[in-house]
Design a binder for this molecule. Structure first.
Ligand SMILES: [Zn+2]
Ligand SMILES: [Zn+2]
Length: 270
């Protein structure tokens, strides 16, 4: 098993040192893990600036690789917060170090953080959805320095919380999502199955089965499995559910990454 989305205390929203995360991954028998701490160049919350100290981060990654090489394969990862205002900064970060794997995530959209109620006020559910996914599409038409899109429908999870009952991914929104997936596939990138939604106890999976179906229909093959764990308890959390869903939709492989290139692992060999 492998987990391609974990955070350590170098992310503003985690307090767990990397060795505690890796010790737990070893205890669980994982073969490979990608450390993917947050860097969100234009994030605007002073309580959570999400600005990585890259010298420290890169030193930590190298120590982790060296100290654990007999126990678990550690990949040099990063979770990069994409916004239209900082595409150049994102590229500069992505190129400044030999990462194996970069998650491109949208934690803000049109200047607003998407986990705050303000994002969901004063407009209909459809307007919220259209704005979030159109923004993502516009960014991804220009930006290409990532491996997979992180938690692609994260807006659905929060919308479900702040605006319960509003429809998620109606046909006009699925059109935009399909256009996003086409760009992702055309550029040789992928998406992740992010199991963090299970720990928030929502019925929304990330991605939804509809998005996974569309991805498959369009020829998408690259999918990573990520728990988005910020503490040891959630490493590889509910991966069985994710794998069963992927298999039921006809996916046969999940991806690992080396030097930004995908490799494919048979689900039956996990
Ligand atoms: Zn994220
Ligand atoms: Zn994350």
């Amino acid at each position: 098993m492998l987990d391609y989305h974990i955070h350590t205390s170098l992310s503003d929203d985690s307090e767990t040192p990397y060795y505690e995360m890796l010790d737990q991954a070893c205890r669980l028998g994982l073969k490979e893990i990608a450390i993917t701490d947050h860097h969100d160049p234009d994030y605007n919350d002073p309580d959570y600036p999400f600005q990585l100290d890259f010298d420290k981060y890169h030193m930590m990654l190298e120590s982790a690789i060296m100290d654990y090489h007999k126990k678990i394969n550690v990949k040099r990862g990063l979770e990069l917060g994409i916004q239209k205002t900082c595409l150049d900064k994102c590229t500069a970060c992505a190129k400044a170090y030999p990462y194996d794997f970069i998650i491109g995530s949208f934690h803000m959209s049109c200047g607003l953080t998407i986990d705050m109620p303000e994002f969901y006020e004063g407009r209909s559910g459809l307007e919220i959805q259209e704005s979030f996914y159109k923004y993502m599409l516009e960014c991804l038409k220009e930006y290409n320095d990532y491996s997979v899109i992180g938690h692609i429908n994260i807006v659905d999870r929060y919308q479900h919380l702040f605006r319960p009952g509003e429809p998620l991914n109606p046909p006009e929104v699925m059109e935009i999502i399909r256009a996003i997936l086409e760009v992702v596939i055309y550029n040789g990138k992928g998406i992740e199955f992010n199991t963090s939604s299970f720990r928030y106890k929502t019925p929304i999976t990330v991605p939804s089965p509809e998005i996974l179906k569309a991805y498959k229909e369009l020829g998408g093959e690259i999918i990573t499995l990520g728990s988005d764990a910020h503490s040891p308890d959630y490493i590889a959390y509910n991966f069985k559910y994710a794998i069963d869903m992927l298999e039921s939709l006809g996916f046969k492989y999940v991806s690992s990454f080396k030097e930004m290139k995908p490799e494919f692992i048979k689900i039956s060999h996990l």
